[in-house]
Design a protein around this ligand. Structure first.
Ligand code: NAP
Length: 297
């Protein structure tokens, strides 16, 4: 549904961008793509997740990825390694997966246990199989505007805009957060879409003033409701990437949702906004790598 056709926008409340439904639509497109690839004589795409240690949150993420990828028709494998694995053993696993033809996508679940160098492990992933888009090769491609693999969360933010008819061209976009995983790649993607981009961070002097001037606010900070509703310009679009668990056990975003929705034209909720898009984009990336590696891109 486009912003223009959203009935709630006309009554002053923002259109709530439903990430669950959007992610389901992406996953269903991916499943259709997998079916077309296989029925056209191609090989079933393969995704391998490397999970080192037994961090409970990582276990949950990996299970969700496994389920979603299986449902979309992928061949999925999880390589589990003990928390006290040596750096050399984790690196050897990545090298082996680089060499396996049936593996189209490699995802090393982060964070790795303390003592392991995650940058070194990430950098070993074959860029053609780097479905998280975290290798230097793919980062350089993003900056240079070349075809490559884009980190899943910022790609999900763009996809949610695209699928709701929200254009970034010519807009003043404020990104709060400058991580390699979200803030910086999103800023590059928005630039590539002809937005005028400001990246804010913990040393930004007047965050409120930047937000008040923005047509689009993307919050990727990790601080509960840092962005107040009154900071949102009338009619702005708000994408809330933050996932913060409150003392009551409930998940909240980086934006005061109730306050912001009064002023925004469109806003993603937490949970159920950007979050579900991440796995959907992982599947989209894996299908893409598989097509390219099979010469069917
Ligand atoms: P991160 O690496 O911790 O980066 C946080 C960024 O926020 C940093 O650039 C930091 O600035 C900035 N920041 C911290 N406090 C600030 C403040 N008071 N004012 C302005 N900027 C501030 O986090 P991340 O990995 O990007 O994740 C951000 C949030 O998104 C987290 O809540 C995370 O759980 C969530 N997340 C969600 C998904 C998903 O939806 N699937 C995926 C990834 C992350 P400095 O650089 O100056 O320190």
């Amino acid at each position: 549904m486009s912003q223009e056709s959203n009935p709630s926008a006309a009554t002053g409340g923002a259109q709530v961008l439903d990430g669950k439904a959007t992610a389901a639509a992406v996953r269903s497109d991916v499943a259709a793509g997998v079916e077309a690839l296989v029925s056209g004589g191609g090989r079933q795409p393969g995704l391998t997740v490397v999970l080192v240690g037994d961090d409970p949150a990582s276990q949950v993420y990996v299970r969700s990825k496994d389920r979603a990828a299986t449902e979309a028709g992928f061949r999925v494998e999880t390589v589990r390694m003990p928390a006290d694995s040596a750096q050399a053993d984790v690196e050897a696993t990545v090298r082996r997966l680089n060499d396996e033809d049936a593996v189209d996508g490699i995802l090393v679940q982060l964070p790795l246990p303390r003592g392991l160098d995650s940058d070194a492990v990430t950098e070993l992933i074959d860029p053609a199989k780097d479905v998280d888009g975290l290798t230097k090769d793919n980062i350089a491609r993003l900056v240079l505007g070349q075809d490559g693999l884009v980190p899943c969360t910022p790609a999900g933010c763009i996809e949610i805009c695209d699928r709701h008819g929200i254009s970034l061209a010519g807009k003043d976009v404020v990104v709060i957060g400058r991580s390699h995983l979200v803030g910086k790649p999103f800023a590059q993607l928005a630039l590539a879409r002809n937005a005028t981009v400001t990246v804010c961070h913990s040393r930004t002097r007047d965050l409120e003033a930047h937000c008040r001037a923005a047509d689009v606010v993307v919050a990727a900070v990790g601080v509960t409701e840092l962005v107040k509703g009154s900071w949102i310009k009338e009619g702005a679009v708000v994408l809330d990437v933050g996932i913060n668990r409150g003392e009551d056990g409930k998940l909240r975003g980086d934006v005061d949702f109730e306050g912001a929705r009064e002023r925004a034209s469109a806003i993603t909720p937490v949970p159920g906004g950007v979050g579900p898009m991440t796995i959907a984009m992982l599947l989209a990336n894996t299908l893409e790598t598989s097509r390219r590696r099979q010469g069917r891109g």
